[in-house]
Design a protein around this ligand. Structure first.
Ligand SMILES: NC(=O)c1ccc[n+]([C@@H]2O[C@H](COP(=O)([O-])OP(=O)(O)OC[C@H]3O[C@@H](n4cnc5c(N)ncnc54)[C@H](O)[C@@H]3O)[C@@H](O)[C@H]2O)c1
Length: 434
């Protein structure tokens, strides 16, 4: 099939590349000149395991190309995916201006055969109806297109794997031709992997995505609530949560205490869902509790640091991990940035290391020292603060780390290390809920 993907960020680039890998003819469009310059050289602008190889292979085979013009791709395609950003407005609502902008541009070029416009962005329920109205208002003929919702569930860090072998494919389509076209898009994947397809109404699909993200965020906040209780009561949150998670109705995934969730999705999606509830006349207390506990998690962690180190002014503090989670270079809303901000404000001298996210962080926070590895961060440090649970941190030579530090104090915001082992090695160690 001929497919256009508008917006070539974490979702659009992965989606477009994987659709090409399934055998479709894909044009990815973006209006960011810097991103496009890299893509035109078939270089991925983001770090995502396996993505570069797929781009090279599919662009090389002529199935994947990159452009900044929406017009020709829309005219030429049977299916058009919208994958633009839907950031958070200051009042918590989803900012849908990029979705609306793309809808208007699509309307200008919609001609010829019947086309399906696919909203892959995470958006409030009933956004597809607004996209449809916009396309009609700006000139398209209503018999020529349908708008469907096909929410994306990929996780940064395993985005390619999640797309090529998904848990489920959710398609929200209200007409038979749209359902057929979408089945055609995913047929190669479904035949290969047996991935279940949930064919639902457009409104249900939109709510499935907000519901799923809210539930995942709730699991993290629940884990942080238990961690808080464990700290106060003198219990171990990892023991408690592991046993809770063994109940198959609950499940252990994502029951991880730490310094809270960040990233480009959960904070904005939870807030937008809260606003959707408000619009629907429903009390948003569940969402508010998730957000409140998430804020408290990082606050408690920062207070631990401040209590132990007392005066931060002039203290050398090393930060391990900058990305909002491992296996990505994405630092949008990363808890590490909040930690750095606060420590900097108190006058701490910060050095940092992350396996992939240093380039992005350097642009956002140029005034700290960036190190070649964790040992360089440890050298002379009066404390280490772990903000991302990268696998490589789990394999550090901790005796060497300790010898390099000026005062061996570790604040482990992701419970990467074993408290007993750390104390045995002579560290003063602070985990979360342990
Ligand atoms: N990142 C994730 O893990 C993830 C997972 C599931 C769903 N989502 C959702 O998918 C959507 C996209 O997220 P993302 O992380 O890929 O965003 P992103 O910011 O990485 O990418 C969005 C891209 O759209 C481009 N763009 C914006 N307006 C455009 C226009 N008019 N024409 C062409 N290009 C345009 C931007 O330049 C950018 O490259 C959001 O709604 C997000 O909530 C994200």
């Amino acid at each position: 099939m001929r497919i256009a993907v508008i917006g070539t960020g974490y979702v659009g680039l992965t989606t477009g590349t994987c659709l090409a890998e399934m055998g479709h003819q894909v044009t990815c469009i973006d209006n960011d000149p810097e991103k496009l310059a890299k893509l035109r050289r078939n270089v991925s602008p983001i770090f995502e395991p396996g993505l570069q190889e797929l781009i090279t292979r599919n662009a090389g085979a002529g199935r994947l190309s990159f452009d900044d013009r929406i017009g020709p791709a829309v005219k030429d395609s049977e299916v058009i995916f919208i994958c633009v950003n839907t950031p958070r407005k200051s009042d918590g609502h989803a900012d849908l201006r990029y979705v609306e902008g793309v809808a208007r541009q699509i309307a200008e070029h919609l001609c010829g055969e019947y086309k399906v416009i696919v909203d892959k962005c995470t958006v409030p329920v009933r956004t597809a109806e607004k996209v449809r109205q916009t396309i009609l208002r700006y000139g398209a003929d209503e018999t020529r297109f349908d708008v469907v919702s096909n929410p994306e569930f990929l996780k940064e860090g395993t985005a390619v794997q999640d797309t090529m072998a998904p848990d489920r494919i959710v398609i929200g389509a209200d007409t038979a031709p749209a359902r057929l076209k979408m089945m055609e898009v995913y047929r190669p994947l479904v035949e290969k992997t047996g991935a279940p397809v949930k064919m639902v109404s457009v409104r249900s699909a939109e709510l499935i995505k907000h519901g799923a993200n809210t539930f995942l965020a709730a699991k993290i906040s629940f884990a942080n609530l238990i961690a808080h209780a464990c700290e106060e009561a003198g219990a171990d949150a990892l023991e408690v949560l592991e046993a809770i998670g063994l109940d198959e109705r609950i499940g252990g995934h994502f029951l991880c205490p730490g310094i809270g969730f960040g990233g480009s999705c959960f904070p904005k999606d939870i807030a937008a869902f809260g606003k959707t509830l408000e619009t629907l006349g429903i009390d948003g207390m569940f969402v508010e509790a998730i957000e409140k506990i998430n804020k408290q998690a990082i606050e408690r962690f920062l207070r631990k640091i401040e209590k132990e180190l007392w005066i931060l002014d002039g203290k050398a503090i090393g930060v391990l991990g900058l990305a909002f989670k491992p296996c990505t270079d994405d630092i949008r809303n990363a808890p590490a940035l909040k930690v750095i901000d606060r420590l900097k404000a108190e006058g701490a001298v910060i050095s940092a290391y992350d396996p992939e996210a240093m380039e992005n962080t350097r642009k956002a926070v140029p005034e700290i020292v960036y190190c070649a590895d964790a040992y360089q961060v440890a050298a002379g440090a009066e404390a280490l603060v772990v903000c991302t649970d990268w696998e490589e941190f789990k394999h550090l030579d901790l005796a060497r780390v300790k010898n390099l530090m000026r005062t061996p104090i570790v604040f482990d915001g992701r419970n990467v290390f074993n408290p007993e082992e750390m104390r045995g090695l002579g560290f003063k160690y602070f985990g979360v809920g342990r």
